[in-house]
Design a protein around this ligand. Structure first.
Ligand code: FES
Ligand code: FES
Length: 186
């Protein structure tokens, strides 16, 4: 039995420990987003995220992922709102769609570490294959998602106008202390 966490849920796989993770996910867990392409680590269609790293799930056995945290495309975002999912749609980067989950998981892992990833960074970190020829659009989508994530970061770091206590304090006129009242006898 192999115990691991898949998409934030504890899972026990009752399969041989040398079963590739890809088959455990697809056949036993019914998570079919990761695709079987080449089966030898070349195409990247089977990419999932394991402990924050993009990994080709056809190349790792259940024994090798014992106790680890696996995320598949099904759990990247509940409503397809991840910036890279949005960017893939905006760039028209999905043709037949077979390579798409692998590219998205690899791109999401890269952008989580480096939203400033350049075209060269993307090419070296994501050597996935797209036989349909959508590769250039996919790269543009990853760049676009990086820009969106950086904009989000900038927005999140801005103070809310008028509610920042330090700023608000600047606008408040200093209050002159009232002169102390003294009792006078008339
Ligand atoms: S199926 Fe895993 S890399 Fe191609
Ligand atoms: S969109 Fe068809 S393999 Fe990439």
């Amino acid at each position: 039995m192999t115990r691991l966490t898949v998409n934030d849920r504890p899972v026990h796989f009752l399969m041989d420990g040398d079963t590739p993770l890809l088959w455990a996910l697809r056949d036993a867990a019914n998570l079919t987003g990761a695709k079987y392409g080449c089966g030898n680590g070349d195409c990247g269609a089977c990419t999932v995220i394991i402990d924050g790293e993009a990994i080709r799930s056809c190349l790792v056995s259940l024994d090798e992922v014992e106790g680890r945290f696996v995320t598949t495309i099904e759990a990247l975002s509940g409503d397809r709102s991840h910036p890279l999912q949005q960017a893939m749609a905006a760039e028209g980067a999905v043709q037949c769609g077979f390579c798409t989950p692998g590219f998205i998981m690899a791109g999401a892992a890269l952008l989580a570490k480096n939203p400033r990833a350049t075209r060269e960074d993307i090419a070296s970190a994501i050597p996935n294959l797209c036989p349909c020829g959508a590769g250039p659009r996919i790269v543009r989508a990853i760049e676009r998602a990086g820009r969106a994530m950086r904009s989000r970061e900038r927005l999140d770091s801005l103070p809310v106008p008028g509610l920042d206590p330090a700023e608000a304090a600047l606008d408040v006129p200093a209050i002159e202390p009232e002169p102390a009242k003294t009792e006078t006898s008339e």
